[in-house]
Design a protein around this ligand. Structure first.
Ligand SMILES: [Zn+2]
Length: 279
């Protein structure tokens, strides 16, 4: 496998791996088809720790976090409220008294209650420098990335990863927002991204361009599949994903739906009940 694929990532579980001065990474042992080798938790500082995305609610993992921290955990900063990133918040904040800061959880899955909700441009002081919140909706409505200008790093959560594209599932996820958030992140200073899963993205803006091209190609394929007679989402999935593993049909349908929502928002596709056509 080539380095550029991002698939050659093999973390040392149970160990905080140094990434930069005052920045370490602990990968949780929750690897799987959606989480790759596991969720990355980043530890900032040596004397007082800020954890970005504490990871899943799992005994061994929370023990690992406390063990490798080596100093009091003062802050828990969140990119978004999916359980693989934020499941451990409640337990870790109870055990450490750490302040919970970041993305507001969706009302349908209140995994945690933030002490401080961040908006775009808000800053968090850490021992490793100031973290700046970047609103990056798309994967979830409340997703935040964080730049750490002092170390020329950007924590990209599930927005931009090297090993895979982001899952964008409506209604919480939105393709229009996701594409706008790709443009937004590429304009922020740091070029090295540290994602929620997998190894660092060495050239962030180049990866962003690649992700945009991927979505544009998918959209073009969907438009080609739409004839004047109108098609259902199921028919479009069958036309766009040839030879699809039936186990992935549900995920493919959700991704196509996200694209269609965005095409409809732009007036490029219309619908008659469940039949979609080009406009
Ligand atoms: Zn996620």
């Amino acid at each position: 496998m080539s380095v550029a694929s991002g698939l050659d990532f093999s973390p040392a579980y149970g160990v905080a791996e140094p990434i930069a001065s005052g920045v370490r990474r602990l990968t949780a042992r929750n690897g799987g088809p959606l989480t790759f080798r596991g969720t990355n938790c980043y530890l900032l500082g040596d004397r007082e720790i800020t954890v970005i995305d504490p990871g899943p609610d799992d005994d061994a993992h929370v023990e690992d976090l406390l063990q490798v921290a080596g100093a009091p955990i003062r802050r828990i900063v969140l990119s978004h409220d999916h359980a693989d990133h934020a499941g451990a918040v409640r337990r870790l904040s109870q055990l450490t008294g750490a302040e919970v800061i970041g993305a507001a959880p969706d009302a349908t899955r209140p995994l945690y209650r933030p002490d401080r909700v961040l908006s775009h441009g808000d800053r968090v002081e850490t021992e490793a420098g100031l973290l700046g919140a970047i609103a990056t909706p798309g994967h979830t409505a409340g997703h935040l990335c964080y730049d750490l200008a002092e170390r020329e790093l950007l924590f990209s959560g599930d927005h931009v990863m090297a090993w895979s594209t982001s899952v964008v599932v409506p209604p919480d996820g939105s393709m229009a927002d996701y594409m706008a958030s790709l443009d937004r992140i590429a304009t922020v200073g740091p070029r090295t991204y540290l994602p929620g899963h997998g190894g660092p993205v060495i050239d962030g803006p180049a990866r962003v361009s690649e992700l945009k091209r991927h979505r544009q190609a998918r959209e073009a394929a969907i438009l080609r599949a739409l004839d004047s007679k109108g098609r259902t989402v199921g028919e479009i999935v069958a036309a766009v994903y040839i030879g699809l593993d039936p186990a992935l049909a549900g995920a493919a349908a959700l991704s196509v739906k996200a694209h269609i929502d965005w095409l409809e928002e732009r007036g490029l596709v219309g619908r008659d009940e469940d039949r979609l056509s080009r406009r």
